[in-house]
Design a protein around this ligand. Structure first.
Ligand code: CA
Length: 227
């Protein structure tokens, strides 16, 4: 298991690296936000421990860039202030958990292990993501690359189904029963029309296409860069 620690205070950084190495992890230590930002974007980690207060690129920016790039690496952020605003902000930006400094190393280790067990499963059940497309299920909102996409209720429901079962090919009959709650004749084009509208909003403005047609079978949503 490989971890990235981003921490500008050298004593804390050294202490975290040593403790985590002794616990059996491979650890990269970034001592600046810039370095942490670069490593988090270019290397593959199982978990990132992120100090929020960094003098150059702050921790918020690092989490934001990571999630915008579609990376689901779990992030545990470290904050010096026990403020609700900070916690909410971190979690909203896509962090998975947080610890308030100063903390006991044993607690940090316990949190790290819990997050690693969860793997890349999203912690928040009200959020679905594929690549840089994010669905906020409680607000019924979609964003792609951080930009809000306006969808009708049906379009959102269709997209939600496809993203929930990303990587699977969903036949039209299944889509019809799940999204329209009814059975369509096999020659109906209602679903194809809905997919076309969805594509125009979700995929057309972007180079990477997420909605795929599998001829004679149905539709799927998948990040082509990961398949
Ligand atoms: Ca700091």
């Amino acid at each position: 298991m490989k971890l990235l620690v981003v921490e500008d205070e050298s004593k804390t950084g050294d202490y975290l690296r040593q403790g985590l190495q002794e616990a059996g992890f491979v650890v990269d230590l970034a001592r600046t936000g810039l370095d942490g930002h670069h490593l988090s974007q270019t290397e593959a980690y199982d978990l990132i421990l992120l100090d929020v207060m960094l003098p150059d690129v702050d921790g918020w920016r690092i989490i934001q860039s990571l999630r915008e790039a579609g990376k689901q690496t779990p992030v545990l952020f470290l904050t010096a202030r026990d403020s609700i605003e900070d916690r909410v902000k971190g979690l909203e930006l896509g962090a998975d958990d947080y610890l308030v400094k100063p903390f006991a190393f044993a607690e940090l280790l316990a949190r790290v292990r819990t997050l690693l067990r969860r793997g890349t499963q999203p912690v928040h059940a009200d959020r679905l993501q594929v690549a840089d497309l994010v669905l906020d299920l409680s607000k019924r909102r979609a964003t792609r690359a951080g930009v809000r996409v306006n969808l009708t209720g049906k379009e959102f429901a269709l997209l939600e189904l496809l993203v929930r079962r990303q990587g699977e090919v969903l036949p039209r009959s299944l889509i019809a029963s799940q999204v329209w709650d009814m059975n369509f004749d096999s020659d109906t084009n209602v679903i194809d029309v809905a997919i076309r509208r969805l594509r125009a909003k979700i995929d057309d403005p972007h180079e990477v296409k997420l909605i795929h047609t599998i001829r004679g079978m149905g539709y799927s949503v998948e990040n082509p860069l990961e398949s």
